[in-house]
Ligand binder design. Structure first.
Ligand SMILES: [Zn+2]
Length: 280
């Protein structure tokens, strides 16, 4: 399969993974991507012969039973997806109970899905239900400015949310529900998978302390765009700090007025957060 004759959903992951590499978010095998496939767009995939037996999941996910997903491969470099998609990504399907998966396509010759598969699938289960079947994409990546914030500052969800809203005037419009802050946990563990799914039930962005970010959206572009916006806000804040004292910032009132102007509801806990020490 070449880039030209790849199905649309494979071309989308080619574009997204290439952009993530160009952004500097995906060093080595860092980052992973999953897309819940829309039957009406992907056509009939029943012609794919299963390549593996059923592999049990840690936790049954009945909310996404029978669904098919395009997923990046474990240990693979996102920057190589455009070069050899069939080696670096694959399609999996869940069984009728959502308790196990099998590989249908890709991961050539003997690869496996991302080590963060549990976090992705648990997130898909909650966002599918919470969004009325609208959200289909989950991205995890190592956006450096958001990671740097977790080293530079003591953060929690309301204060991280407000800091980003105050550091870029369009952020409250892009993510009015705010950004979850998840304190350090072991990557790949059931605990971080559960915490991430719980966070994405409430918000479209979740920052993992000292590690990276998870985002969800209706498609890969939407999830990518949210990370891009949040990371740029973090970059702007860090650039201002590096230039010396942060002399001024958007006020709470200005953030609230921007939200009202664009008819979005800003998370009240974020608006109420005290970020004065970040700008001292
Ligand atoms: Zn990671």
């Amino acid at each position: 399969m070449t880039r030209e004759d790849a199905p649309v959903f494979v071309r989308e992951i080619i574009k997204t993974s290439g952009d993530m590499w160009m952004k500097g978010w995906a060093e080595a095998n860092g980052g992973n991507i999953s897309l819940r496939l829309r039957p009406e767009k992907t056509g009939d995939l029943s012609g794919f012969a299963p390549k593996t037996d059923w592999i049990p999941l840690e936790k049954a996910l009945p909310g996404v039973a029978g669904e098919k997903f395009l997923v990046s491969g474990t240990g693979k470099f996102l920057r190589n997806i455009p070069l050899f998609p069939e080696k670096n990504v694959g399609v999996i399907e869940l069984d009728a109970a959502g308790a196990a998966y099998r590989q249908l396509w890709g991961f050539e010759p003997d690869g496996r899905p991302t080590s963060e598969l549990e976090a992705h699938l648990r997130s898909h289960e909650v966002i599918k239900a919470a969004s009325g079947n609208v959200k289909h994409a989950v991205i995890h990546t190592h956006a450096p400015h958001l990671i740097a914030l977790t080293y530079a500052l003591a953060l929690d969800t309301p204060r991280l949310t407000k800091l980003l809203w105050q550091s870029h005037a369009e952020c409250v419009v892009g993510f009015p529900e705010g950004v979850e802050f998840i304190p350090w946990m072991m990557a790949g563990s059931p605990e971080i998978a559960a915490a991430t799914a719980d966070a994405l039930l409430r918000r479209n962005l979740a920052v993992w302390q000292f590690h990276g970010v998870f985002a969800t959206g209706r498609n890969l572009d939407a999830a990518f765009g949210l990370i891009d916006m949040a990371d740029k806000a973090a970059q702007i804040y860090l650039m201002a700090r590096a230039a010396g004292r942060v002399a001024c910032t958007l006020t709470t009132d200005q953030v609230a007025r921007i939200a009202a102007n664009f008819k979005v509801t800003a998370d009240p806990a974020g608006l109420a957060a005290d970020t004065a020490d970040y700008f001292a």
